[in-house]
Design a protein around this ligand. Structure first.
Ligand code: PLP
Length: 494
């Protein structure tokens, strides 16, 4: 990552937006709320006048309508420099937009690609748009905690050898739980097979900005890296950045075209300015802010681990297959010994203590910690975890994690054919053996249990019902009650 310097301490896009507003323009352009005067009073009160004043349209003089490099171009160039990328693109529809664009550019109609089976739902949505044909690779799995881990390089090498037509492989690192894969090893085997490696580093926009964190996938030579900057990088919700590595294996122009058709012609200035500002903060103060949080976390972890029946997932897991590194900017509790599920533990924290974790699963509760966590926040967390562990302790046996869902056997038709094909709605129990038109994922973490193009199995039905019963939202299901499902219309004999 680049060290802070005079150039990096600028935020050209943010500065241009601020300068436009400071010039007191007579606004005869969109947005129609005219900097807030035409907006609902409660919205102005909630967001503040400044937020609405800086919410501007694209193409304004001094912001986008100026000679190249415009403030927008300069801001993207500074992002590329900060992350050590050949080129970076700002995204205003989340990392999801990045995955959609990557699929359009790298997995066009009928093209085979290798993808980690538990990739985020936006990968299969991208394949619906592009028509690409996925070959899935199963990640390693911790069956004690019910956690999917990273992909092992040897497995990737074997699959690439079996499918020599595949020119791109998509992996995820770090996971929701902050566990990184052996990205260096995956880059090595992918490049040996002349395959581009794309790393979904949505959970690692901060990686590379402190020496005690695992390095960014770009430092290992990944060909494209996606960072969901709003998650842990300090920008506003829905903003993200897609980075191109050396650019040898990925056509920059094709990727740029794909990103452009997936974005609004009225991208939010607030989101873009927040990316520019977040990049500056990471470069100029990231190490200091992350360092302060990491220092506090040492004691916080000790105090959490001292709570009866609470275990912490920590760096001791590094070295297990599928785990090459641990990002300490995450607190993962193992609550099995309390005798409740992670989801019950989460509900107790939320309802009784107003403490809101990022996610829970059968065995675990995940808390996202970020750049500037206060002592007061940590005290609330520790007190709430201690009280919840005591309140929920029923003296019963430890909860068993949900067993791993057996590999589906892959897509029998492409996700695009299944999603756009002629469908019929059938009762879920009548769907066994039929080809799903839907992608259904428990959210969070948004990993589809069933993909369009896969055959529905009794096991997947049982898994989805358990997921819904445990309180997860089902993303992508046409019938949220799961009574029915859309499957491909069967060809009937004439
Ligand atoms: C691994 C991964 N990739 C992509 C995404 C999509 O990110 P966004 O919400 O920024 O669109 C997520 C969201 O949780 C994710 O976990």
């Amino acid at each position: 990552m680049s060290a802070s310097d005079d150039v990096s301490s600028r935020a050209p896009y943010l500065d241009a937006v601020v300068a436009y507003v400071a010039n007191d323009p007579a606004r005869f352009h969109v947005p129609g709320h005219k900097g807030g005067s035409g907006a609902d009073a409660a919205l102005v009160a909630a967001l503040g006048e400044a937020a609405l004043a800086h919410d501007l349209a694209q193409g304004l003089r001094g912001i986008d309508d100026s000679p190249e490099p415009t403030p927008y171009t300069q801001a993207e160039e500074l992002a590329a420099k900060a992350y050590g990328a050949e080129r970076s693109w700002f995204l205003t529809n989340g990392a999801s937009q990045g995955n959609h664009a990557l699929c359009l550019a790298l997995a066009p109609l009928g093209r085979q690609i290798v993808a980690q089976r538990n990739s985020h739902a936006s990968i299969v949505d991208g394949l619906v748009l592009s028509g690409g044909n996925p070959i899935f690779i199963e990640p390693e799995y911790d069956s004690e905690l019910g956690m999917a881990l990273g992909v092992e390089p040897a497995k990737l090498a074997a699959l690439l050898a079996e499918h020599p037509e595949a020119r791109t492989a998509f992996i995820v690192s770090p996971t929701y739980y902050g566990l990184t894969a052996d990205v260096a090893g995956c880059v090595e085997v992918a490049h040996a097979a002349d395959v581009a490696l794309v790393v979904d580093q949505s959970w690692g926009a901060h990686l590379g900005f402190h020496p005690d964190l695992p390095p960014s996938a770009l430092a290992f030579g990944a060909d494209a890296v996606l960072t969901s900057t709003h998650k842990l990088g300090g920008s506003m919700t829905q903003s993200a950045i897609l980075h191109l590595g050396s650019g040898e294996r990925i056509d920059e122009a094709a990727l740029g075209r794909a990103i452009r058709i997936l974005r609004s012609t009225s991208q939010s200035t607030l989101l873009i300015a927040s990316l520019d500002a977040a990049r500056r903060q990471l470069v100029t103060r990231g190490e200091e802010l992350l360092g302060e949080t990491l220092e506090k976390l040492v004691e916080v972890r000790q105090r959490l681990a001292a709570i009866e029946k609470i275990e912490l997932v920590d760096e001791s897991v590094v070295g297990q297959p599928g785990i090459a590194g641990f990002d300490p900017i995450r607190i993962v509790l193992d609550v099995r010994a309390v005798g409740c599920t992670g989801l019950e533990f989460l509900a107790e924290l939320q309802h009784r203590h107003g403490v809101h974790p990022e996610m829970a699963a059968q065995a675990t509760v995940v808390f996202v910690v970020s750049l500037a966590e206060t002592d007061e926040q940590f005290e609330r967390l520790i007190a709430a975890v201690a009280a919840s562990a005591a309140a929920l302790d029923r003296g019963t046996a430890a909860v068993e994690p949900v067993p791993r869902l057996k590999a589906s056997g892959g897509c029998v038709v492409t996700p695009r054919e299944a999603f756009l094909g002629e469908a019929e709605i059938v009762l879920l129990d009548h769907a066994v053996g039929r080809i799903s038109c839907e992608s259904i994922a428990g959210y969070p973490p948004g990993i589809p249990a069933l993909l369009p193009g896969e055959r529905v199995s009794a096991e997947v039905i049982e898994h989805l019902r358990r997921t819904a019963a445990a309180g997860s939202r089902l993303h992508g299901a046409s019938d949220p009650t799961l009574t029915t499902i859309a499957v491909l219309l069967e060809e009937r004999p004439a």
